[in-house]
Design a protein. Sequence first.
Lengths: 663, 212
Amino acid sequence: MPTKKAKNRQRIEKKTEGTISRRSVLKIGAAAGAATVLAPNIITSKAAKALAFDPIPPPLVQCTAAVRSPVHTPFVDDLPVPFPALDHPLSPPPQEVANTGAGEWPRANHQRWTQFTPAHVTSELEARPGLHTFHSDFGPSYIWGFNGVYPGPMILNRYGKSTIIRFRNSTPPNGDNTFGHPEITIHLHNGHHGSESDGFAGDFFPSGSWKDNLYPNCYAGLDQFGGNGDSREKMGTFWYHDHRAEKTLNNNVMGLNGMFIVYDPTDPGHEHPSAGSLRLPGYYGVTDFPLILTEKRFCALDAQGRNEMVNAAGGDKWIVNGAIQPKLTVRRRKYRFRILSTGPTTAQWDLKLIGPTGTSASETMTVVATDANFLEHPVPVDDGANAANSNAVVGATIVTPGAIRVNVAERYDVIIDFSKYSAGDKLYLGDFGAGRSQNVNDTGSGNTNPPGLPPGLNIGNVIMRFDVVALENWFAADTPDLPATLCTMPDPVVPDTTFEWNFNRDPVGAVPRLFRINNRVFDANVPQHCIIKGTSEEWFIDNNDQVGTNWAHPVHIHFEEFRIIERWAIVGGVFQQVPVPVLYQGRKDVTKVEPGEAARIRMRFRDYTGRYLIHCHNMGHEDAFMMVAWHIVPDAAAKAACDALIVKANQEFEAKLRNEEVS
Amino acid sequence: MDRRTMLSRVFKPSPYSPGASKFTNALLRTQDNKEVRFYDDLIKGKQCVINMMYAECHGACPLVTTVLKRTYRELKDRMGKDVFFYSISVKPQDDTPAALKHYAKMRNADLPGWYFLTGDSYDIETIRYRLFNMGHPGIDLDFAMHSGTLRIINDATNYWGHAGAFASQGNIMDRIRWADPYKTGAEWAVYARNLQTLIDKDVKKYGYRRDV
């Protein structure tokens, strides 16, 4: 345990580092009065005070009632663009062994440390309270965000540039009058890295401590291909979020998530010609935007002048990048949007783009990547000629023709070509799933459409608006036509073995009805499957819940990307193979299984060992047990020991069912 | 916490606890026919594990009682001091305090800090719904549900958690521990030091961090 003196010293070291952390600003603020000479000119004592993030008072009242959110005016705010996190040195410097003396939370040593350090990029993200205004008609809302903002800072990153992010937990140590829980563990969805950096759900750390996650930004296949791995395993659009067992939903609703983009030569983050570049729209915040979707509910203005978020999973306001029904000015050229659903629960977005002609025919959005992975070929989706490309499927039926369905945690990178429209045109991105609508300006009886909406469009279906203007000379010229081929898929997986995961909540014998996988609830210390590093497997992911129940499960598997080779569903009373929608034919890390449906997937387990997860990404379900650990083990001996853990747990489970006391 | 502070402990609820408005302050009776208020006497400022059961149940209830007995043994030093078990009858019309006393005695579960509770059926239905509702009518209106879920509450920190009764014993203990009162910095430091030792041992033995 560090002595008080040592702790003070660390604190002082932290203050003297080059970044503006909350504490250092406080320090500067304090110092500024005494010795303004030492502070940079820009930080006058007044400015420092303004920057000093006064402790943010928690909500006076925790809103739990199923109220309707206050009314807002659509399309007044601009689409927010998350600010990129800055690269800055860390103090104390990161190290292979957990620096517990300086407050780092215990962990196993970083794997492949010498290969990937010194890290090219280091940065710190501090989970702490903040105030965020979701709409300019609203007062601010109390949130927890990384560096106090929602969505969290954007991490812009590059393959080959290993990165260490120091996640510091500065949430209120004694909780707060809110529904977040001050213990966090951060998962990078879906990074290829060691288990100690993976945000395992049981590895959460308390307020006041921190943890370094090493993201090597390597391609999977390090051992097999050498160097930085198999470049065909390239991924692009990641996101990071809290994964604390039992409290993932709470902490994500509070705001603890953000996006993480990794560039590589095919997708370099710019548009000018360069070796291997696909030349997609690629200037972040200019022609390449994240669209981070969620839904929330708000209370009426309170005595603090705030519209606090209601403690509830769903919501009647749709949020994109932290704004309600924003607008984005776009030039007559191609843009890339990285659409991510952060859920948190049952929300699935059936996205269509509506142009000036109205809802009779939706406009084309071209999907280039699913879950961070390029598709082999671009896939245009609309409800005309390209309706069959929709992935809004149940069984073999497309339920929202022409829609791109975004399930919780899925990412879809789409290209929209605005050169087809005239300056002055307005386009609307909306969710047209059955029963989906936000209660915009709802007085209890229906929505009030603002003037000028295209024919047939209801404001309650609209997520955001695009305002088309001319492509001025000073703006980046349009990118070339999309290439016909975007990537080469990695070699097909030849599985060494098969395994089955059953997701359900139905009773089996005396076992109670809980959200479970293979009849087990989430147990941080007991795996349900052990895999030797370097092997590959075929998994059958089965939703055993009956057709007609609404227990759909967007299943997420940590670590490597998989490919869906079969889909199964009950059609006409018969369990049979059904087509895999074209949008599900690429590499994925989330696959949704509707009640009675199943997917057969194949994936590899390379380069790292440790504890990883398979879980339903409906955050309500994963918090309610629907999560299971599996281990990648170094060798056969470790596998035998791992399998013994499973056997022991199974014996204990069966003994409990026989009502035997186990010792 | 030493024994003396524990005994003199005042149960202080979290300032953010929803209190009786969420839990209700229903008048219940223990297996010893003692009247208790649900929030004021049982929940307020306390860490507790709650399950729903009834005396004549031959399905999951006796199994869950066995599980709780094992858990009780492991928590022996804290039981009745800062951790409490509540087994609430979902058939209060049949389960008199005497019937519950019989049930508890028969199963050697009539122990300090473990209350078997009965009361007005409307009140109990309200408690069951408030504690175990999953926001789904198919589950929430079926009184036989949740018999296998243990609701874990710490009103001192406003923590809500749960455990599957048929999970491994280690998992149940984990989840009760996850609801423990917030530790001080010094307590976390001790905890962290022990944890790192366990991790290192694990890595040495199996080549990777496995089961801590």
